[in-house]
Structure formats: C-alpha cells, structure tokens
Design a protein around this ligand. Structure first.
Ligand code: ADP
Ligand code: ZN
Length: 739
C-alpha cells in the first residue's frame, strides 16, 4: 500500500529520516529540502542546479513519499539505466521502458507498473509522447495514480540551450492531457532565456523556480603554461592525482597519441572520439565508468550524459573552445562533492591552431562569435584574478574576494615593475608607425634580421635590438598585459595591429608605472584528494575498501560508485565501524545497503584492524559516535610523532626508548607510514645489502605470509626487517597497480 503525503508525515516525522532511510544521507544539500517540500504539495517547479548539485533526489524522494508512480523523462538511454540501477541498489522500486528492451520484457514491466509497486518510471520522450503510450498513461492515472512528471535535462526544449531536442518540444502535451499532474523540470543550464523557454514550452503553471548558485566550491581550477614538451608535465600531473580522470584534447589524432603514451607509461588510459566505432566507444566508456581504466582521453564528443560522480580530475590538454563549454566539461569532475582538480594547459601555439580552424568556418558571423569566445578563454587563462570569479561572472553571478581554491588565489603570481620594458615596447610600436602586430614588434625589439624587417628598414630603427635581454615569451606577456590594462590597443579587423592610446602616452611620459603579473610560477603541487588528510593507516584501509568495492561491483555488473561513494568509503576508513549499528551511521548507508553490504565491509575492516594491531575495533564501535574519530586521530598523531623522531635521525630502537614504547610498536608505526607512502628512509632502518635478499624472497614467496618469507631467507633475518621491507614492497606494488 503506497504512502500518502499525509501518512508519510507521520511515518517519517522528518524528511531527514526519510532521506537516511532510502538514500543513507544525513542531510540535504543546498535547496533540496525546499524543493522537496514544495513538490510534496504538488506545485509545478523548475529546478536549476549545477551538475552534481543533486537534482535527482529532488524528484526521487517525493516519488517515494507520494501515492502513485513518478514518471521521469530522460533523454539518454545509458543515463536512464544507470539511474535505475542506482535506485534499485538502494532497494527502491524503479524501472525504465525504452527501445533496448524486448517486447515481452516491455509487457511484463507494464504489467508490474499497473500493480502499483513501482515508484519511479524512466522513459524517453519519444516513447512517452507516442500515441500508443497514452492508454497506458491513462490507466496508470486511473488505477495507481501518477504522482508527478520529472523532466530531466529540461533545457533540451529550448533552441537557445546547448542541446536542443525536437521531441522535447512535444512535452507540452503532458500538461494538456493530464493537467492535474505536477511537473518538475530540471536542468543545469543557467541562462535566463532558456529558463523562460522551459516554463513556456512545458506550460508550467505558476511554477516555483529554484536557481542554485553555479559555484562548484569543491573544484580546484588552474591554468598552466604549456611548454613544448608538455607531455612530461601532463604525466606528472596525472601521477599526482588519485582516482579517475578525463583528459580533453582538440583532435582525434592527439587523443590517440596521448592515450597511447600514457599506456606506455603504465597508466590505464583509453581513447574516446568520433573516429571510433559505436561499439568501441561504448566499450571504452563502460570500462571507464566501472573503474577498469583510470583515464579517458577524449575529444569533446565524450561526456554528455556520463553519470560518473567520482571523476577526480579533468585536464584540458589543449585550449577549450569557450568558457561555457569549459565550465560544463570541467564540471564533470567532482559531482560527488569531493575535492577535484581542473587544469588547462595553455599555449599560444594552440590558440594559433584554433584561430586557423576559425578561419576555415564558412560564415562570417560564426567566425566572429568563435573569435570572441576564444578571446574570453584567453582572458581567463591570462588573468591573475580568481578563476572562479571569472567563470561565475560569465553566468551573471558575482563572487567577492578570493575563493581559496584556484591557482591565482592560492599562489598569486608575483607582481613586477616593468615600466622600462613597457616604454621600450611602446616606443617601438610608435617607431613602427602603429602599423604592425605583436610578433613584428617583438622581432624588432630582439634585433631580428629577418628579410621582411630589413626590407622595411626596421633594422635601422633606434628600437631595433634594444630588447634582447628579454625572451619572446616575456615580451608577449608584457604586450598582453598592456592590452589588458588598457595601456595599448589592438585592432582586430582582419589581422591585428597594435596602436597607442592615451594610456600608452602616459607610460611613455613617465606619468604612470607599469606593473605586470609574472606568470612564471612554480608548479602548484597541490593534492586535491582528501586522501592527503587521512592518517597512514586510514589511507591504507581506504585502499582496501576500494578494492572490495570494485570486486562487489564487478560481481553485480554495476559501476563501483553504485555500491558506495568515495565519501562513504572515506568515512568508513576513518571511523572503522565493525558492528552493524556503527556501520549504519556512515553517510550513504541506508537500510538496504546495510543489509546488502554491512557484513562484508565490517568484516574487512575488522580484519584490517587485526592485521595492523589497531586498537580493538569493538572498542571503537562501543564508544560514542564522536569518539571513534577522535581516537583514530590520536592513533594518527602517534604515527607522526614516530615519523618526526625518525626524521631527526633516531633509530627504531632509540625511538622506542624515547617514547617508552615497545620496539614492535615502533616498527608497526614505520611499516604503516611506509605502506602509506609517507617519508621514511628505509635504508636507515634496513641496510641496502639486507634489503635485496628480502625483496627477492618476497617476490618468490609472495607478500602474504611473513613466515614463508622468513623461511626463504633463513634465521639470520628477523621479522622486523622483513616487515619493513615488505611495506616498501607493498607501496611499490600498489603504485604500479595504478589505482
Ligand atoms: P545532478 O543530477 O544534479 O548532476 P545527481 O543527482 O547525480 O546530480 O547527484 C550528484 C551526487 O550527489 C550523487 O552521487 C548523489 O547520490 C549525491 N547526493 C545527492 N544528494 C545528496 C545529499 N543530500 N547528501 C549526499 N550526497 C548527495
Ligand atoms: Zn580563486
């Protein structure tokens, strides 16, 4: 018997309880609660939230609390299957109807719908609007009741949106045929124009409109200068990152090349572009979603409709087309709300390539728009102000101050006084009679003897060769900065010509100084993953839990995130729940997940605690909810004390004396630190001559049994040495695994 909204109020005294019960989450995000409350009252609404904001929950939870079935319109079959899968995994009765199903399967699903135990039905718009579907809708409405229509990706109704789909236009019929059924339209597209279109096209009646901010605070943004040998940098960046990532390139050729080189360097990567067959593309995408490969190297053909919440980084190896698509593409990172890294590799060589492509476009207006968009991206890349601020201002949102999570905010480029250089540059522009572009001016400054320079007599100018002390790149930086600061002008009709303006003359007359941001900054080595904040044994346990998740996911043919999110795993690693009650406290563990996975995960955690002689797991679970976290932090602290003493040059035995602990305990600490990749100098603990045979013995006997390793080695080796070397071996081994 389905619950009515009134029933639900008593069964679920608070919506939070329902949230925890069905989805395992402890609290709502942003505006989810308000949207859901209004939906329960049956009002039409338009929900605009950035990708990853948690739109689905806005119609899913009301669907579970109301009488009848909620019908979800979704444009992509793959997405539909993922969503239904995830719901079913939470024990929620959901299903879909689409062209991938056989006739008999379709009929049996329809029959089940009419029994009333399905709460969410996903369909594609073409099917929903097909005349043959109406009888089913009518019967559903009369028997089971239709609680709502949820229209996902609602911007598809608008020609102004970035993904217009004609069949979405017909959705106005829903309101015509079933005016009493409320509609919730959902989208991540922000513009006012599209919003108005959605409301009109779907004939929403007096809708509540919710627009969440577009700020994705968990995303770290950076722009790096792209050197000639950029691949080495890319590789280093990829190696720094944990988890899955997408690398976008401009061309298919580049995609293939980068994917190939990554694989050669031992990183699991696959290509994705329009040149591959449908099957190959599907296969590669599936392998990425299931965490069989860590990295997708792709053209922009990839990503629309991929529902992988735990993408940890998105790298644009080539310059993005424009700011809006950059926001959407980078936004595929960190949909689960965990920290994620977004980087652009920026070079003027790439800009020149894009300019070349733009010039090939047939229509003049198209070219103009594309040039303007390219200009915006260049400004974004060159800017020294907060990246977030620039992106948000593009969407008409203002952002004050510094975000603390972009390269410019975290390490502002140093400002230098370049007044003299600016004067040299500007006077060279004047000497060349304001008829030439940047490259020519730089050639003159640097004393070039190119044929053209000589022909024009520019090698005779007083400014010829006065700028040899600066590199071409430095002069370019200065020139762009002058343009930015409005101290120089550039005509853009046809080819570009530099012209002086009032500001230029003030500089030349020594009336104002010129300061520029020098982009040459050290690589911002920043770990985006929260793994960094875990203690050594927490990250070790996290690794174990990830493997367990992967195994369970593969057994059920679902993507790993369907089993548990990263955030849930991390909480488990920190709190180490070993009883069902403690496990149920973890965010993301609802009733169903507790039944399905509780034993397996708590078993693994208990096993881990035993192996690492951590404080009794049961003790942890018995204490109050806050205590485990506090206790595990204390454990972490003790490791770091040991590490500090080790770094001060004490031997393991000396640390034991110093700390009044057993030598075995200190060795325990050091192995944990080693396995977690923390700085420990193995050579000081076990001499290299002794390490070599131990490594060999581990290769032979395998890492699992200390006894067998010792048997290989003989009695002159003790267990402490073996454990330390084994820890180093494990670390090496796990990083080779690449995950
Ligand atoms: P969108 O459709 O807006 O891009 P999703 O609905 O796919 O976003 O949600 C993104 C992720 O956030 C999903 O993994 C989802 O399970 C998670 N999520 C949604 N609401 C909550 C919440 N209240 N607490 C924790 N996680 C949530
Ligand atoms: Zn910032």
């Amino acid at each position: 018997m389905p619950l009515s909204a009134a029933d639900s109020a008593s069964t679920f005294p608070s919506l939070e309880k329902a949230l925890k019960h069905f989805f395992g989450y402890d609290e709502f995000r942003y505006r989810q609660r308000t949207v859901i409350e209004q939906a329960l009252k049956g009002r039409d609404s338009l929900v605009v939230m950035p990708t990853g904001g948690g739109k689905s929950l806005c119609y899913q939870l009301p669907a579970l609390l109301k009488v009848g079935v909620t019908i979800v319109v979704s444009p992509l079959i793959a997405l539909m299957q993922d969503q239904v899968q995830a719901l079913q995994d939470n024990g929620i009765a959901a299903t879909f109807l689409n062209s991938s199903l056989s006739q008999s399967e379709l009929r049996s699903r329809e029959a089940r719908l009419l029994t009333g135990d399905i709460k969410l039905l996903y369909v594609a718009p073409e099917r929903l609007l097909n005349a043959s579907f109406w009888p089913l809708l009518q019967r559903l409405q009369q028997t089971v009741g239709i609680s709502a229509f949820a229209i996902d990706e609602a911007h598809c109704v608008s020609e102004w949106g970035h993904d217009f789909r004609p069949e979405y236009r017909q959705l106005y019929q829903l309101k015509q045929q079933l005016p009493q059924v409320p509609i919730m339209a959902l989208t991540a597209t922000a513009t006012e124009r599209v919003r108005t279109d959605i409301v009109q096209q779907l004939r929403l009646s007096d809708p509540q409109i919710y627009v969440s901010g577009f700020n994705r605070q968990n995303l770290y943004y950076e722009v790096r200068p792209k050197p000639k040998q950029a691949y080495a940098q890319l590789l280093a960046l990829v190696r720094q990152q944990a988890g899955a990532g997408i690398i976008y390139c401009l061309s298919r050729k580049r995609v293939d090349e980068v994917a190939f080189r990554l694989r050669q360097d031992g990183i699991a990567a696959l290509p994705y572009h329009a040149g591959l067959s449908d099957d190959e593309r599907r296969e590669n995408q599936a392998r990425f979603i299931r965490d069989d490969v860590r990295i997708m190297v792709a053209t922009i053909a990839f990503g629309m409709g991929i529902n992988k919440p735990d993408v940890r980084f998105v790298i644009h190896y080539d310059v993005p087309r424009n700011l809006e698509s950059y926001y959407q593409e980078a936004g595929r990172a960190g949909r689960d709300g965990d920290p994620a890294h977004c980087a652009i590799f920026f070079s003027y060589a790439d800009v020149a390539t894009v300019e070349f492509l733009i010039n090939q476009k047939p229509s003049e207006p198209e070219q103009r728009i594309a040039r303007q968009q390219l200009r915006q991206i260049i400004n974004y890349a060159e800017s020294a102000v907060c990246r977030r601020k620039i992106q948000l201002s593009y969407f008409g949102e203002s952002f004050a101050g510094s975000c603390g999570n972009c390269d410019n905010c975290l390490s502002p480029p140093p400002v230098e006084d370049w007044t003299v250089e600016a004067q040299k540059f500007l006077s060279c522009v004047a000497r060349c009679r304001e008829r030439f572009g940047m490259n020519h001016i730089i050639d003159v400054l640097r004393g070039s003897q190119k044929k053209r320079i000589v022909e024009l007599g520019h090698d005779q100018l007083s400014t010829h060769g006065i700028g040899k002390d600066r590199s071409v790149d430095e002069w370019r930086t200065l020139c762009r900065s002058l343009l930015h600061q409005d101290l120089l002008e550039e005509t853009t009709d046809g080819y570009s010509v530099l012209r002086l303006n009032a500001g230029s003359w003030q500089v030349l007359k020594q009336q104002i100084p010129v300061h520029i941001h020098v982009p040459q900054r050290a690589e911002t080595a920043r770990k985006t993953s929260d793994d960094a904040q875990l203690s050594p044994e927490e990250s070790l346990l996290l690794g174990r839990l990830r493997s367990l998740r992967k195994r369970l996911a593969d057994e059920q043919y679902v993507p790993p995130y369907v089993v548990f999110s990263e955030a849930s795993l991390r909480q488990m690693a920190q709190q180490r729940p070993v009883t069902p009650a403690a496990f149920a406290q973890i965010s993301g563990v609802g009733k169903r997940k507790l039944e399905q996975y509780g034993d397996t995960f708590t078993g693994e955690i208990a096993q881990f605690c035993r192996e690492h002689s951590l404080d009794s797991a049961a003790d942890l679970a018995d204490s109050s909810a806050a205590a485990p976290a506090a206790q595990s932090r204390a454990v972490a602290d003790t490791h770091f004390v040991t590490q500090t003493l080790h770094q001060q040059g004490l031997s393991a035995a000396e640390i034991a004396v110093e700390r009044g602990l057993r030598l075995g305990t200190i060795i325990n600490h050091l192995t944990l630190l080693l396995e977690a990749g923390e700085a420990v100098e193995l050579d000081r603990l076990v001499s290299p001559e002794r390490q070599a045979p131990i490594f060999a013995a581990i290769e032979k006997a395998g890492p699992h049994s200390l006894r067998s390793i010792r048997d290989e080695l003989g009695e002159t080796f003790d267990y402490n040495e073996i454990r330390l070397v084994r820890a180093a071996w494990e670390l090496r081994h796990s990083s080779e695994g690449g995950s």
